[in-house]
Design a binder for this molecule. Structure first.
Ligand code: CA
Length: 230
């Protein structure tokens, strides 16, 4: 169920959006009135979309948008601006800053839902690839958060990438060459020897989950599908 985070100070607008989403069905809404809590709520709630008011008490929605786009944990979350401003300039600035769309207040329920659906459709193909939740392992590519059976894993960036690649396709064997080619070019390049070291470190950090990564002789590695362990 898509979760929507709304940053809005006006109770009547929150209520209207609550009603709209409730009658549309299939959405979960979290509303935050305090602009200072917007970014922390976006990090903790992990919404699929943010509705962001531009005029907030003591703050400007555009500053919040900037903070959201600068934070690795929230950068990828699409944002729809709620604006009372009719000036074209404000809308253009918002879109240039990375907002996905805007809705001018007062807006109708139909219009709001159409915008939300359009933005979610646009970002969905990627969002499904942004996280992995399998066999007790949780990985979030946006925040780089990793945990196994509820305990955080302290993975180095390359270890995260390698584990993400393997766990995204459980059951499938990946060659060392493919894994090396598909890790990012940041930092130290991965070669066959360092790949094996990364795998060793990932297994050590997974502890009892070490067996989730299987060595496939003469090929490479694969993430064991949970069905196989039953
Ligand atoms: Ca407002």
């Amino acid at each position: 169920m898509p979760k929507i985070l709304m940053v809005e100070d006006e109770a009547c607008i929150i209520e209207a959006v609550e009603k709209t989403l409730a009658s549309a069905g299939g959405f979960c809404l979290v509303a935050v009135k305090d602009p200072d809590r917007a970014v922390s709520a976006a990090i903790s709630e992990k919404p699929d979309l943010i509705l962001l008011d531009i005029r907030l008490p003591g703050s400007d929605g555009r500053h919040i948008l900037k903070a959201l786009k600068e934070n690795a944990a929230t950068r990828v979350v699409p944002v729809i601006f709620l604006t009372g401003m009719s000036g074209e300039g404000d809308k253009v600035i918002g879109l240039n800053m990375g907002a996905d769309d805007y809705v001018v207040k007062p807006f109708g329920a139909m219009e709001l839902m159409a915008r939300i659906h359009a933005v979610l459709r646009r970002v969905r193909p990627h969002s499904s690839l942004d996280s992995v939740d399998i066999g007790g392992l949780k990985l979030d590519a946006g925040s780089r958060g990793a945990s196994f059976k509820g305990k955080p894993l302290r993975l180095q960036p390359k270890e995260f990438e390698i584990l993400f690649l393997l766990a995204s396709e459980p059951g499938r064997a990946h060659t060392r060459g493919w894994l090396i080619d598909n890790t990012s070019s940041y930092g130290m390049p991965v070669n066959t020897r360092s790949l094996d070291t990364h795998i060793k470190n990932i297994r050590r950090k997974l502890g009892t989950g070490a067996c989730l990564i299987e060595t496939v002789p003469k090929v490479g590695y694969r993430f064991v599908s949970p069905h196989e362990r039953l």
